[in-house]
Design a protein around this ligand. Structure first.
Ligand code: CS2
Length: 495
């Protein structure tokens, strides 16, 4: 089968939407670090809409920091790939043209730094996942002993980390007397813009305090809330979509119909009119972000651990399981929802209902295992911040505790039938050790986990109510199994 590319684009069946603009005439105004499926199904689609509306200076140059995979998929396709939206009437396909160039950073870090320093680059956006920020998820502090940070401090012109690349690009601009670019974090971190700003400044200070002051004064780091469910693409997905295209596409991304992007409107060097593609430009992202992190991502993580332990492969499967579906709704209604300060105009009830329907989308094969990854980096903002707020006012945390202990049990590395679980987490070694240190005793296991300062701040680690709730929940899981523990918890809280 021929490959999708500029040359073969005209061979696509007529019903497939494709770039209706002159890609050659578009200039690259955005460099994106971490060009995985999520970026290609989210921000790149908004930019594709903007390019189609005639704003030609906002094409994207993408960079992968961790492997050559995406470059190898997209370079032979001139950056073209298909977005397959899994809706109620099947999949609708659209070829996206916003990405003009893809780098694998490690192959030629100097070329990426040059791109960042190019005056045409006005925005540098990021989706590098939580662990890509090289910080302690609980405290938000830079990990000075992180191997990539240590490397980047020694070789600032040949960086490895996203922070190192940002700094190298900004430094070059500073030295040449150019204007800086806007740094746009699009990861699921609390206050992602401010968090990233703090980390870049901390690194800059270690390199050159004058550079740090320039970044502080001149560069903006708007916060964003990004939302679209984008499961990892499988080989089946590629084959199915390629057959419909009549062309082989290695870069297919699968996503749900829903998409939302809320952006703080503070750009140092101009921006595309993303609002014309449906983005919301606001002055304060925090309430949007908190609602999404605590309801969507909090439920997701809970479902990933409990669902996996109950034998479910995907999130849609967990929603077809009556116990887990009810548990999710109760989690939102009883524990996560009441902690929120709602964004202007939000309707909490319909937001929660929509989430249940989005999770149940049968067209998405979103594996519980995928979402379970990197729990140590995700739990603080998804579950522990909610716990902190509830404990402060003496509110119950039964379901939150069940979710957190689901994570602890998952990291044991074997399921309830004894099969191995492939636990992926930057702290995997410590997690397995913590679990093992408890020797099967729930209170000792909980104590060992609470020692992990990267995850639990001292205020949580020393809270007797949290300890008691976690020990009780883990005890239930260990003695009765995850499904019975979920049922018993639901029964208890409905009395
Ligand atoms: C998920 C998110 O993998 C995960 O941890 O919770 O990727 C989630 O699908 C997105 O944030 C939805 O916007």
């Amino acid at each position: 089968m021929k490959r999708l590319s500029e040359k073969t684009l005209a061979e696509l069946p007529s019903e497939i939407q494709r770039p209706a603009y002159d890609r050659q005439a578009c200039q690259t105004g955005i460099v994106h670090l971490g060009i995985g499926a999520f970026h290609r199904a989210h921000q790149a689609v908004y930019s594709d809409d903007v390019l189609a509306a005639g704003e030609q200076s906002w094409a994207i140059c993408g960079a992968s920091l961790r492997g050559p995979g995406v470059r190898d998929q997209l370079a032979p396709q001139d950056g073209l790939y298909t977005q397959a939206v899994a809706g109620p009437e099947g999949e609708s396909l659209r070829v996206i043209g916003a990405v003009k160039e893809v780098f694998f950073a490690a192959e030629n870090p100097a070329a990426l730094v040059a791109r960042l320093a190019d005056p045409q680059t006005r925005i540098v956006s990021l989706t590098v996942t939580e662990k890509g920020y090289c910080h302690d998820p609980a405290s938000g502090a830079l990990q000075h002993d992180h191997p990539d940070i240590r490397h980047d401090l020694q070789h600032p012109e040949q960086p490895r980390s996203a922070l190192g690349f940002l700094l190298a690009g900004l430094r070059r601009r500073y030295e040449r007397g150019q204007t800086p670019f806007t740094v746009l974090s699009c990861d699921n971190l609390p206050h992602n813009g401010a968090t990233l700003r703090g980390l870049v400044l901390e690194l800059a200070e270690a390199v050159d305090p004058a550079l740090m002051r320039w970044i502080e004064a001149e560069t903006s780091f708007p916060s964003t809330m990004i939302d679209r469910i984008v499961p990892a693409t499988t080989e089946d997905d590629r084959q199915r979509v390629s057959e419909r295209l009549g062309l082989r596409d290695e870069g297919v991304v699968i996503c749900e119909p829903f998409r939302q992007w809320v952006i703080e409107d503070r750009f140092a060097a101009g921006r595309p009119l993303w609002e014309q593609a449906g983005a919301q430009m606001v002055s304060d992202v925090a309430p949007f972000e908190e609602m999404k992190l605590r309801l969507l991502n909090g439920s997701h993580s809970m479902l990933a651990y409990l669902g996996y332990l109950c034998g479910h492969e995907t999130i849609a499967d967990t929603m077809a399981d009556d116990t887990l579906r009810r548990l999710t709704r109760r989690f939102m209604d009883r524990e996560a929802g009441p902690t929120l300060k709602l964004p202007p105009g939000a309707d909490l009830e319909s937001y929660k209902q929509a989430l249940i329907e989005r999770f149940a989308n049968p067209g998405l094969q979103h594996r519980t295992w995928q979402i379970a990854m990197d729990g140590s980096q995700k739990l603080p903002q998804r579950l522990l911040a909610t716990i902190r707020d509830r404990l402060r006012v003496g509110a119950a945390i039964d379901l939150l505790a069940l979710a957190v202990t689901g994570w602890m049990r998952y990291t044991a590395g074997h399921d309830e039938a004894g099969a191995v679980i492939d636990v992926r987490d930057p702290l995997a070694g410590k997690l397995v050790e913590s679990y093992a240190a408890g020797q099967g005793d729930p209170s000792r296991i909980v104590d060992a986990f609470l020692q992990l300062r990267e995850v639990f701040d001292p205020d949580l680690a020393d809270n007797p109510d949290l300890r008691k709730a976690l020990t009780g929940a883990l005890g239930l899981i260990l003695t009765r199994g995850t499904r019975a523990a979920a049922e018993a918890t639901l029964a208890r809280i409905s009395i």
